[in-house]
Design a binder for this molecule. Structure first.
Ligand code: ADP
Length: 419
């Protein structure tokens, strides 16, 4: 293993594994810290579900993953979080990054969530989602991590015990040596975390080259774009093609959606126009989970005989706010994740092996319920979303989609792309 990665959610982990695979690193994603031996791979991405748990727990899990990765040979550690910097003032990006720096005996890292291919760019430390500041984007109403400040220097500053600085675009555009010099200057000033501006992939390639000697890199999958080239230059990995096709799984395919992000809402509407689709009613779930799930399963079993179907909890912000007001934000989220996980398990027991899951937290819940412990990464379906195949038995074909990824036709595209 050369690169050891810790991802704070499951779809984020596949996004990063997809980037590394496409750029020629043989990458395996594990679900949590593996019990046994490390998989034979250039890069291992340990997927945690630590984005919204209490900060102390996120720190403990991330440190355990870091220790395991290093014990298995990782020379560089990558902490992956969302390209929309999903977090709250309590954490978890700052506390985890601080703890990883201490663990690695390092005094400087970068924080770069830019993902230009998906419209996430950073200019003067401000994160843009498409043409909007993060704080004006649909992320301002995220059910768990509403993002209402676009200045990442400020956002991370509230989470970290250290000083946060900026490598501005005028430096980034000068290339890797200038970026590396800026890192040194900031480090000398006592700054431990530098937000790094990036607006296109070329910037990320240069940032990657400038980060070759950093023990820790933090960011979105974009911050990893330049790393495989570093390892080729130093002959740690050979030149390789991207992803290979996955072994065939076959059988009916189901879409389970627990994401309320804008892109997902459009995907639900688009798919439901031409396919069977049913909504999960959170109130019915709270009143009688057994009966509600039995009803949904009865409905879907019949539909799956004829083709793919969709079960979704996804709802617009106003409806989510009502449900949260009634049950509490975390309780509502956990209740729905639990229900979708149980549906997945029941469908798997009925022989379903092909799953498209929308939502980071939701994917985490489903993958745990299916007892998947590692994933092989296949060809890309949409930027940031590869087709995956679980190891072990039975093998599941999975598309794990982060809320705001994919175009309106994503669900059908994913069902077609899954082996
Ligand atoms: P994303 O990737 O879009 O952030 P996640 O699955 O990570 O999606 O998070 C969405 C959260 O919203 C989950 O905890 C999910 O259970 C919760 N949720 C889904 N539908 C509803 C709803 N109708 N009301 C309240 N919460 C919901």
């Amino acid at each position: 293993m050369i690169l050891g990665c810790i991802a704070d959610d499951f779809t984020g982990a596949t996004d990063l594994a997809n980037t590394l695979t496409r750029r020629g690193m043989h990458t395996v994603q594990t679900i949590g810290i593996p019990g046994g031996e490390a998989p034979a791979a250039d890069a291992v991405v340990v997927a945690l579900k630590s984005r919204t748990i209490p900060a102390a727990e996120a720190v403990a899990q991330s440190l355990a993953a870091c220790r395991w990765l290093r014990a298995n040979g990782a020379r560089q550690i990558f902490f992956k979080y969302c390209s929309t910097f999903d977090s709250t003032d309590e954490g978890n990006i700052g506390p985890v990054a601080d703890a990883l720096l201490d663990e690695l005996g390092a005094d400087f890292t970068i924080a770069c969530p830019a993902f230009p291919e998906n419209g996430r760019t950073i200019y003067l430390g401000h994160l843009f989602v498409g043409g909007d500041l993060l704080s004006d984007s649909s992320m301002r109403n995220h059910p768990l991590t509403p993002m209402r400040d676009a200045s990442l220097v400020r956002v991370l500053g509230r989470q970290s015990k250290h000083k946060v600085g900026l490598v501005p675009y005028r430096t980034v555009k000068q290339g890797a040596p200038a970026i590396a010099a800026a890192f040194e200057a900031l480090r000398a000033e006592g700054i431990r975390h530098a937000i790094v501006d990036a607006v296109e992939d070329r910037d990320l390639e240069n940032i990657g080259a400038a980060s070759s000697a950093l023990p820790l890199i933090t960011g979105g999958s974009g911050a990893a774009i330049g790393l495989p080239q570093n390892y080729r230059t130093t002959r740690l990995i050979p030149k390789r093609e991207g992803a290979s096709p996955l072994a065939k799984v076959g059988g009916p395919g189901i879409v389970l959606s627990g994401s309320c992000s804008a892109a997902t809402l459009a995907q639900v509407e688009h798919f439901a126009a031409t396919h069977p689709a049913i909504a999960i009613d959170p109130r019915a779930l709270a009143d009688d989970e057994e009966a509600t799930l039995a009803g949904l399963l009865g409905w879907v079993e019949d539909k799956l005989k004829r083709g793919p179907a969709l079960i979704y909890a996804s709802a617009p912000h106003e409806k989510v706010a009502e449900v949260q007001a009634q049950y509490g934000r975390e309780k509502a989220g956990a209740m729905i994740e639990h229900a979708i996980a149980r549906l997945a398990r029941a469908l798997a027991a009925r022989g379903v092996r092909r799953f498209v899951i929308a939502g980071g937290e939701t994917s985490g819940a489903v993958v745990s319920a299916l007892k998947v412990d590692a994933l092989e990464i296949g060809p890309q379906i949409a930027p940031g979303v590869p087709a995956c195949l679980s190891f072990g038995s039975p093998r599941y074909a999975l598309a794990l989609k982060s809320g705001n990824f994919g175009g309106p036709g994503f669900f059908r595209e994913a069902l077609e792309a899954l082996p």
